[in-house]
Every structure is written in structure tokens, then in C-alpha cells.
Design a protein around this ligand. Structure first.
Ligand SMILES: *Cc1c(COP(=O)(O)O)cnc(C)c1O
Length: 380
């Protein structure tokens, strides 16, 4: 099956009983057993639910993985990876340009549980190699990164992980499997906030994992059931509904991102544009090699810093000032005080998340409307 066909059909055969072409929403917490010890494969919906299972099978197919797992949020999925696979004294090497909530989970939760974490330059595999220790069990990378859209070499990290008998987890939220399939490049675990492009309509919070090996899957699945942060059947169904149109949406997001990035690149009020589709982006060649496209996220730096940003956000009409990304509507966000507020200021500035930085999620509206909106908002 080709990718676009999997989006519609993977995990979602017509319902055997009624022929319903959509998977029913199995709104139930428990299942009748025919006799003691004789269930029909379903016992209790924390452990398993058919609507959730359809979503889990779907993400596995999309990511060229064997196994899929669904969670109540992206961070719940991340927690299950760390909690299910690591123990006190284990070491994680993570890229330094990360979603703020991932950083917070590492620093404010798992460090207290005795996990050791160090950070490497997301753009430089040698920096990951140097950070490896004897107790390193996991490499964690996000590519393209949030919010600076730098590109990490997945093949190179997979090699480093293998050599050190560690696992490689890749947060594929920004690219989605439409543009990038890290397991095909050597990764072991794929992490998604399905709240973003997979759900695609800014109406549901969710997280997904795609996992290559059985042993890893079983450990994380054990944690999923033991800790219990599963999505309800409605949320699983909404996410499946979103996924069906992923290919048409991602093309439209990317089209608009190119229009927006091109416009911003020539603008006097803008000092820097971050979009991997631009030839001037330092990760462009690597992105062209490991991805099938460049996605819908564009960040840029305003010359006028915080004051310019305040005026810019006030004037926007089509873009909405909001956290999150990946929905059909265009969003604009101010990472310094929003998505990345959890990172201490010094650390934030060191990473390039300045007071002039703006992150855009290009929606699927008409590109002229988006460019005109930016044009108006950038008149100071
Ligand atoms: C949003 C996001 C997360 C966290 O997901 P939630 O669904 O909000 O818990 C993780 N990684 C990236 C890249 C994200 O954008």
C-alpha cells in the first residue's frame, strides 16, 4: 500500500458486524466475558480499546514500524518512553533545540527520578558522539526542531546509538510521516504530538508512538497500561479522522510555508528567516536528503525585538496568536514567553530563542491572504 492509501485504510477495515466504513467509537470502559478466563480479546479500556487500536495500527503503518501506541498527549507518550525503558542512573543524550515541554519533563520530572540528561548540538552529530557515556541508554532528537527548524542527521545518530547499544528516539511531530519516516533511517522509536499535524484541526490533544522492536514495544506497552495515560475512544477517532487528510493538508501547509518564507526573506523588518526549504538554511541539503519535503513551520526574527513583536501580533488578522501548530488555521506564536517559557532565559538566549523570534504555523488558507496579513502586521 502506498502512503496516501495507508492514511485512509491502515488499521481501519470496514466494521465486520455492520459494514460501517468508519471504525465505530467504542465508548465503553469494559467488555463482557463469556466465562471465567474467556474474554474476546478485550478486557478493560485502559488496557485496550478497539478504536484506540485502529489508531495504533494506523500510526505503525504510516511510520514503517511494527508497533504503535496511543496516549492522552504527546508528553504522556514521551513519559511512557522514559518511564518504560529507563531506570535511575541511566543517561540520556538529547538535542539542545527541543519543545519546551520536553525540556521541562527531562529537567523537572525525570532528573528528580535519578535520570541523567545531557544536551548536544542538534545540528552536529559529533556533539552527540562526544556526549555518550557508558550508561547512555537513549538518544533523543527532534527534527526539524522547535522553534528554530534546525535539522538533525538521523542516520548519523542511529549509527552512534547502535555502536553504544543505546536506542534512538525521534520526535517527528513537525515533519509527520508524510515528509519523514525516521525508522527507515535507523531510528527505534518515533514520538508524535498528534495534537499537531496528525490530528490537524486543533480540536484534540493526543500522543502517538511508533516502535520498531518487540522488546521495546512490550516495555512501553507495559508502562502504558501500568501508568494509564491513554486517550479516550472519541479522541482516538477524531485523530484517525484527521489523519485521513494528512497528505492533502501537508502539501497545502508546505505551499503556504514557502510563500510566507519567501515573503519574509525579502522584508526590511526581518533579520533572519528559519525555513529548511530555503537554500540559505544551513540544514537545507540534509533536509533534502532525509525528508520528502520541508513542512509548514516558519520562524523568523524581528529586527525590533520585543516591541516590534508586540505591535506585529496586535495587527495580525488571519494568523491567530496562540500556542500549538499544525492545524488548518494559521497560528503565530511568541516562543520566548509561550512555548519555551519553561526554559531559563540564559539557556533560551544561548539557544537562539530571542525576544524578536516569532514562530508561524502556516495553515491551509489562501497564501495571498497569509502574505497580505504579514505585510500589514510588519508595517511599524
Ligand atoms: C506539542 C509538542 C509536544 C507535546 O505534545 P502535547 O500533545 O502538547 O503533549 C512534543 N513535541 C513537539 C515537537 C511538540 O510540538
Amino acid at each position: 500500500m502506498e502512503f496516501e492509501t495507508k492514511l485512509i485504510h491502515a488499521g481501519q477495515a470496514a466494521d465486520r458486524q455492520t459494514g460501517s466504513v468508519n471504525i465505530p467509537i467504542y465508548q465503553t470502559s469494559t467488555y463482557k466475558q463469556d466465562a471465567i478466563g474467556k474474554d474476546r480479546g478485550w478486557e478493560y479500556s485502559r488496557t485496550g480499546n478497539p478504536t484506540r487500536k485502529a489508531l495504533e495500527d494506523c500510526i505503525a503503518a504510516l511510520e514503517s514500524a511494527k508497533y504503535g501506541l496511543a496516549f492522552a498527549s504527546g508528553l504522556a507518550a514521551e513519559t511512557a518512553v522514559l518511564g518504560g525503558l529507563l531506570k535511575k542512573g541511566d543517561h540520556v543524550v538529547a538535542g539542545d533545540d527541543l519543545y519546551g515541554g520536553t525540556y521541562r519533563l527531562f529537567e523537572k520530572v525525570f532528573r528528580n527520578w535519578g535520570l541523567e540528561i545531557s544536551y548536544a548540538d542538534s545540528k552536529n552529530p559529533a556533539s552527540f558522539k562526544k556526549a555518550m557515556r557508558r550508561n547512555t541508554r537513549l538518544i533523543w532528537a527532534e527534527t526539524p526542531t522547535n522553534p528554530l527548524l534546525s535539522i538533525t542527521d538521523i542516520r548519523a545518530l542511529a549509527e552512534i546509538a547502535k555502536k553504544n547499544k543505546a536506542l534512538l528516539a525521534v520526535d517527528n511531530t513537525f515533519a509527520t510521516p508524510y515528509f519523514q519516516r525516521p525508522i527507515e533511517l535507523g531510528a527505534d522509536i518515533i514520538v508524535h504530538s498528534s495534537t499537531k499535524y496528525l490530528g490537524g484541526h486543533s480540536d484534540v490533544i493526543g500522543g502517538l508512538l511508533a516502535i520498531k522492536d518487540k522488546g521495546v514495544f512490550e516495555a512501553v506497552k507495559f508502562y502504558q497500561n501500568a501508568a494509564g495515560a491513554v486517550p479516550g475512544p472519541w479522541d482516538a477517532w477524531l485523530t484517525l479522522r484527521g489523519i485521513k487528510t494528512l497528505s492533502v493538508r501537508m502539501k497545502a501547509h508546505e505551499n503556504n510555508a514557502f510563500a510566507v518564507a519567501g515573503f519574509l526573506s525579502g522584508h526590511d523588518a526581518v533579520s533572519k528567516v528559519y525555513y529548511p526549504g530555503l537554500e540559505t538554511h544551513p540544514g537545507h541539503a540534509l533536509a533534502s536528503d532525509q525528508m520528502d519535503g520541508f513542512g509548514g513551520m516558519v520562524s523568523f526574527e524581528l529586527k525590533g525585538g520585543r516591541r516590534a513583536a508586540e505591535s506585529f501580533f496586535k495587527k495580525l488578522k488571519v494568523f491567530t496568536l496562540a500556542e500549538s501548530l499544525g492545524g488548518v488555521e494559521s497560528l503565530a506564536c511568541y516562543p520566548a514567553t509561550m512555548t519555551h517559557a519553561a526554559i531559563p532565559e540564559r539557556e533560551r538566549l544561548k539557544r537562539g530563542i530571542t525576544s524578536g523570534l516569532v514562530r508561524l504555523s502556516a495553515g491551509i488558507e489562501n497564501s495571498d491572504d497569509l502574505v497580505q496579513d504579514l505585510d500589514r502586521a510588519l508595517k511599524f
